[in-house]
Design a protein around this ligand. Structure first.
Ligand code: ZN
Length: 234
């Protein structure tokens, strides 16, 4: 049976919720993060804070939460020319995709995560990819991830299960999932400490957390949080 997992953990709302989901479900959970020269490098500091708070505030999870691994993926910044890694305005390309799309990013992340999981004896990879409330990134689609699961399992000659608990839910439902998993305490931890803003802005605190309030990631987070709050009151 699959009892151990590696969570792709960036320190954002989605991956923090995925980490809680994994801690609720598996006996042993490790985390992996990637530094690829992203403009929102502040996210990488937030991930350390989130891990520390999860340990302190959720003793039952602390015992299951194992090592954290950071990989230097600077080469991704070298090959890509996007608004996430270069100082340019967020816009749409001729392809219809936003220029925040980093081609190959999730394919590489999943492959490196699988290699690490193989070494660590972990058999499940958990990622926060989502097809419902997303920017149209093709490497976040369910078919891409299902196909990767097959490719990785074949290429490693070992079963790798790819789990994407957020695939079919929207941002409001992601907040609800966090509440189900860890109650109000987890919701407030995510609100205060997780980072979503593409521009790495943590100077402004809104009801839905920190961010510039204008980039697509902030807009999604805000809309999701407001819908979640309305649902609570109704
Ligand atoms: Zn923002």
């Amino acid at each position: 049976m699959h009892t151990s997992a590696l969570v792709l953990f960036s320190g954002g709302q989605d991956s923090t919720t995925c980490l809680a989901w994994a801690l609720d479900r598996y006996q042993c959970v490790e985390t992996i993060g990637f530094d690829y020269g992203q403009r929102h490098a502040v996210e990488l500091q937030c991930r350390t804070t989130v891990l520390k708070s999860l340990r302190e505030r959720f003793p039952a999870w602390n015992g299951k939460l194992g090592e954290d691994h950071m990989l230097d993926m600077g080469l991704l910044g070298q090959v890509s020319d996007t608004a996430l890694t270069k100082d340019k305005a967020i816009d749409f390309e001729k392809t219809g995709l936003p220029n925040t799309f980093v081609p190959g990013r999730n394919l590489l992340f999943m492959t490196f995560a699988a290699a690490l999981a193989y070494r660590r004896g972990l058999t499940v990879l958990v990622g926060g990819m989502c097809e419902t409330d997303y920017s149209g990134y093709p490497d976040c689609r369910d078919d891409t991830l299902k196909s990767l699961q097959v490719t990785l399992s074949l290429g490693l000659d070992q079963r790798m299960v790819v789990e994407t608990p957020l695939m079919w839910i929207d941002k409001a439902a992601t907040w609800r999932l966090a509440e189900q998993l860890g109650g109000k305490d987890l919701v407030s931890l995510i609100l205060e400490e997780s980072h979503t803003c593409y521009l790495g802005d943590r100077s402004q605190r809104h009801t839905w957390g920190y961010g510039c309030g204008k980039c697509p990631a902030c807009e999604l987070r805000q809309a999701g949080y407001e819908t979640y709050r309305k649902g609570q009151k109704g």
